[in-house]
Design a protein. Sequence first.
Length: 503
Amino acid sequence: MTTNKKFVQPLDRVSLILIIILTVLIGLIILKGDAVKPSVRYFSWENEKIGADDISFSLTFSRPMDIESVENNLTIEPPLAGKISWAGRRMAYTLLTPAPYGEEYKVKVEGAKDKFAVAKRTKKVIQPFTGNFVSRDRVILYLGTEKNERGKLVLYNLSEQDKKKQEKILTPKDLVVLDFEPFPEGDKILFSAHPANSQDTSSAQLYTVSTGISAEKSGKAEPAGKVDLFLDSKEYQILKFDLSPDGKTIVLQRAHKKNTSDFGLWFLSVGDNGKESEPKRIENEQPGGDFLITPDSKAVAVAQGKGTAILPIQTDASKPLDFLPQFGVLQAFSKDGSKAVLVKFNTDYTRDLFLVTNQGTQKQLIKTTGSIIKCEFDPASPTLYCLLTQLLPGEEYQEQPYLVAINVDTGEQKPILVLPSDKRDLQMSLSPDGLGLLFDQVVSATDTSASVRNNPLKTNDGQEISTSSLWLMPLLPVSDGDLSAELKPEQLPFVGFHPRWLP
């Protein structure tokens, strides 16, 4: 009789030992509870540079969190007011106002608990988290008036600490810049210019120039001052242009140099490397005047006769999307396109400024005996900033320019600053974060030196410019009346005109 003996193999011994060890570890974890701390797995603005269009960030946690615990232990330095919303393990923070430019920010979550820790009343808290992001620099663009800057496009970075890097002359000495508009990411500027050795503005062509600032989508920055011809003026004179808010479309007002009846609006598309198409006419029977592309970048508001027409850009424009017969000039759109301010010209030579909404509401905001030069909506409040003039009493015709803030909801008006009566051809620009207002004060030419006479610069009304000072007015909401009254304009330490903020 034979006996079958079973022998334990070495591999079986190893497996048995591992099973015993794992069983013991699982038992200890069950007895002790989950020792892994919750954490932030993803922060959408980590090491990003944000602009006024960036209005919300998100935090994604490793497990479901106790909402109250997170909200009570979330801090942003410097503070940014906002609203919180949740979707599972993801928390979104939406800013109430654009983040002030030129700042470094930290987002911290410390001491928050997950749902399980709260339910079991344990002391276990989240792994401390700190995220970092910055806002764009406070950058000004202007046209120079003195010496080597005369007629050139100049960039000045107010946030740059190194004085040698603060100022950049972007355009070459052989071009005199007439007008310009920055692209939305601030990496390029679209501008019109004519040769410096000619005073024939009909020869002006469209160019682009790099600013040296990286486009956030590509992360690449071309060296500042790289100029490319965008559209020539061999056949058509370029009278005006407007760049769409998304930076993808340009609308042009052009006139044929030989056939003056060939006059109207054209559009062309913009690609990453320049124009994607040749100009196409916006077909409409009515001749147009001043124009402005709508915030959605799909239509253009055009002054036609005694009214303003809203024309589609890429489709048949023979049938306007809308027509406002009583308003001659559209001044500005709100950022979301729900509101606009338009000028009504009265038979008694006064002008009314009206607020018009996309619901058809029309409300008079202001009446003036002078001019309505420029208006801009605050990006984060119901405030409208306007540069106006008022006719002064007396036999001599004089207009008094002034800046005013208007609450479009209540109609409340608050004068900000009264400017000298001899300064009528003014330009203003509201900062993208709504915290500063730029304006210039042009001095008419009395200088007869060769450098000035050979390269005259002109205002919109044809006056030759000798020099011009630039000013920055700090802003606060209209409701902060006491604090706003203490704010005074500051003359900037450089000379130029036609100031604009970089987005």
